[in-house]
Design a protein around this ligand. Structure first.
Ligand SMILES: Nc1ncnc2c1ncn2[C@@H]1O[C@H](COP(=O)(O)OP(=O)(O)OP(=O)(O)O)[C@@H](O)[C@H]1O
Length: 371
């Protein structure tokens, strides 16, 4: 077998699930159940088969099942291209997330060598309406899927910037305090910019190369405060930080650099900024980007990513729902779709899994339902 998909996933003391077991194949599945049954929690567990804090951006501690907080564990059997890997990831109470791959201790970033996951969750519905922070995170998540080292560059950059901001707040004026930190920021910042540019180019290319029922989004990477131009590359960034010191001292923080970038999207056919589009159109643009991300990864990684689509049908009309399902099948991705009822995707032919928490102790029953 080839491709990328989870064959099995076992959750222990993870969020609402004391124990839950999923046996899967490469086909998309619709997970349905009542509100609070733990559907999104399953998606979050799948998202932890990739590096990072998962689809809620939560801490390892928050993932432990309350009230007992004995620590949680996820075990996944992952088909990755031509190999099968066993992934274990867990956290002890109060500890951070650990990973083993095939029984060997691994850094989280190593998950990026064997697995790719992308998601669309309801909090992203306001992505184009709210601040640039959410859009940068969205872009960085995609950038990490093409370049697993991207996350490391972001962490290095943020740490150096925190130190620089502390100097600025304390009113330090001596240049020698700043040089080494700004050099680190310029190096990591240039890598971040390059990864983001490549990501935007790959997503735009993947949108253009496919026949799709979803509207194309024109993407533009912007600098601070929506500026179209700004410092690019290591040398220019280093110069910009040094030049910006007087202004930064007044503000008590760093005002230039990739931490202030933004991603603008336009509904191409209407030449309409995404934030001015209807709720359904905004959702359709996001779906378009996620599908393009999937197609680009199929090329870049060798298999489409696992797609986590939480309550995605809420704003999609019947035609778009059918188109989404057809495109997932054409892409060959293992998709996890959630909803409160099975009808939305089973009418299209998806496998359906019903989930309910069986008893007070939180034993979860996940059963396949005949179409
Ligand atoms: N750390 C935790 N320990 C125990 N329960 C938790 C924890 N974190 C979240 N929960 C519970 O998990 C449930 C939410 O699960 P989830 O978000 O997966 O629901 P869902 O099936 O997607 O529901 P909806 O249809 O309402 O979106 C809530 O009842 C919440 O209280």
């Amino acid at each position: 077998m080839t491709g990328l998909y989870l064959r099995e996933l076992t959750l222990s003391h993870f969020r609402s699930h004391r124990r839950a077991v999923l046996s899967l194949d490469a086909r998309p599945i619709a997970i349905f159940g009542r509100n609070g049954a733990g559907k999104t929690n399953i998606l979050e567990a799948v998202s932890l088969m990739s590096p990072g804090r998962g689809l809620r951006g939560a801490s390892a501690e928050d993932m432990a099942r309350r009230p007992e907080s004995v620590g949680w564990k996820l075990t996944g059997v992952l088909q990755s291209l031509h190999q099968v890997h066993e992934v274990e990831t867990w956290a002890e109470p109060g500890g951070s997330r650990n990973v083993t791959i095939d029984g060997k201790t691994a850094a989280q970033v190593a998950l990026g060598r064997i697995s790719r996951v992308t998601w669309l969750v309801p909090v992203m519905d306001r992505l184009w309406m709210e601040g640039a922070d959410g859009r940068r995170k969205f872009l960085d998540r995609m950038a990490m899927s093409f370049e697993p080292g991207h996350g490391e560059a972001v962490l290095t950059y943020e740490k150096a910037m925190r130190d620089r901001n502390r100097l600025l707040k304390d009113g330090h004026r001596d240049a020698h305090w700043y040089g080494a930190l700004e050099a680190q920021m310029a190096k990591a910042g240039a890598a971040i910019q390059e990864n983001r540019r490549r990501t935007v180019a790959l997503i735009v290319g993947a949108q253009m190369s496919a026949q799709t029922a979803f509207p194309a989004a024109e993407l533009q990477l912007l600098h601070a405060e929506g500026a179209e131009t700004g410092p690019e590359g290591e040398a220019e960034l280093a110069e910009a930080y040094a030049e910006s010191r007087p202004r930064d001292l007044m503000a008590g923080r760093t005002l230039v650099g990739p931490h202030r970038a933004d991603l603008a999207a336009t509904y191409a056919e209407k030449a309409m900024p995404a934030r001015e589009c209807s709720t359904g159109e905004q959702k359709a643009l996001l779906v378009s980007l996620i599908l393009a991300h999937g197609r680009a990864l199929a090329q870049d990684f060798g298999a489409p990513p696992m797609l986590l689509l939480d309550e995605v049908s809420a704003h999609l009309d019947a035609d778009r729902r059918a188109a989404l399902y057809d495109e997932i099948v054409a892409l060959g991705a293992q998709a996890f779709l959630t909803g409160t009822g099975p009808e939305l995707f089973t009418e299209l032919g998806a496998r359906a899994m019903h989930i309910e928490v069986r008893d007070e102790a939180g034993q979860s029953l996940i059963q396949e339902v005949a179409p």
